[in-house]
Design a protein around this ligand. Structure first.
Ligand code: NDP
Length: 314
């Protein structure tokens, strides 16, 4: 254990974490950034990113995150390829304590949480195998590649309803696979789904297997009431059964909603704990875009910088 108290530690290495690092490093906060188990975050599993401004020709998700990392390091961010296993935000001092999974203890006056969220998947072998080759968990990110093609969306919540209506504007036929006989989605989202003539809702239906060797060319579904199996000739399979914010280690310290998303003071990155800020998908279950995550990462670094000034920490 070192007695050093860092000005700023950032946990997470998606667009939010790296943007926070760029701002914090340029403000002489000498940030240490812990990448977590998946350096680069969710974009690492994305092929082409076409909706991030500044890349007119699009860019691969992994390449984009590599550029974010380089930009953060260029200004002196100390990027460490480790996970944070435990935190203590109630030290009774004006700094916080965190531990890496290797057992190292570190202290910081400000902590920026950018641990993101993970899409939930069905757990099918074919889903894993065909990931990014027809299987996706983000219609806004990948829907464009399925223009003019028949697709399926699985889920019955607001995300599934939103993804299905989004895709219905691009695709001739969208099959919405709902495991029960009703949608969990809000009434207004349900109305939007039912209004779109090219969304076919399959009630009591679960995906049994996604078909295709190297890319999706169908999905075999089963009706849980009748046992009937059908093959839908889809080329895209969108999983929209929810996300899980990666916030477990902060439970008991940070105020969260019932699903684990961190609550921030509206219009800021402040959490309920002075000196602890949150950005990106760990605190956003609505927008979840790389560009919005980057925006809130910037906010978190600026809020952290102002906090240090207000606390008189040089
Ligand atoms: P939800 O948890 O609300 O819904 C998940 C859906 O997926 C449910 O219908 C569930 O079925 C279904 N599901 C879960 N597991 C499986 C499985 N293994 N096989 C098949 N279906 C499955 O998640 P969402 O991501 O939709 O929403 C999360 C939160 O974010 C909600 O509070 C939502 O309101 C909010 N949100 C808001 C938006 C907005 O305001 N624009 C947009 C998107 C989300 P079942 O119903 O049977 O449990």
């Amino acid at each position: 254990m070192s007695n050093k108290i860092h000005k700023c530690i950032i946990i997470g290495s998606g667009p939010a974490g790296y943007t926070a690092a760029i701002y914090a490093a340029r403000a002489n906060m000498n940030p240490v950034l812990f990448t977590g188990p998946e350096p680069g975050g969710q974009l690492i599993t994305t092929t082409d990113v076409e909706n991030y401004p500044g890349y007119p020709g699009g860019i691969g998700g992994p390449e984009m995150m590599e550029e974010f990392r380089q930009q953060a390091e260029r200004f002196g961010t100390d990027v460490r390829y480790e996970m944070i296993a435990k935190v203590d935000f109630k030290t009774g001092k004006n700094y916080h304590t965190i531990w890496t999974d290797g057992g190292d203890e570190l202290h910081a006056y400000t902590i920026i949480i950018s641990t993101g969220a993970s899409a939930k998947y069905l757990g099918l072998e074919s889903e894993k195998r065909l990931m990014n080759n027809g299987v996706s968990a983000c219609a806004v990110c990948d829907g464009f590649f399925y223009r003019g093609k028949e697709v399926a969306v699985v889920g019955g919540g607001d995300t599934a309803a939103e993804e299905a209506t989004y895709l219905a504007k691009l695709c001739p036929k969208v099959h919405l696979l709902v495991r029960r006989d009703e949608l969990r989605a809000s009434k207004i989202m349900q109305e939007r789904v039912f209004k779109m003539e090219n969304i076919i809702v399959h009630w009591n239906t679960q995906a049994e297997e996604i078909l295709g060797d190297t890319k999706v060319n169908g999905v075999r579904v089963v009706n849980s009431k009748t046992g009937e199996k059908t093959v839908l000739p889809v080329e895209g399979f969108f999983v929209a059964i929810g996300h899980k914010p990666n916030t477990d280690i902060f439970k008991g310290f940070i105020t969260m909603d019932e699903t684990g998303y961190i609550k921030t003071v509206p219009g800021t990155a402040h959490t309920n704990i002075p000196g602890v800020f949150a950005s990106g998908d760990a605190q956003d279950n609505v927008y979840r875009q790389a560009v919005t995550a980057a925006g809130t990462g910037c906010m978190a670094a600026l809020d952290a910088e102002r906090y240090l000034v207000a606390e008189g920490i040089e």
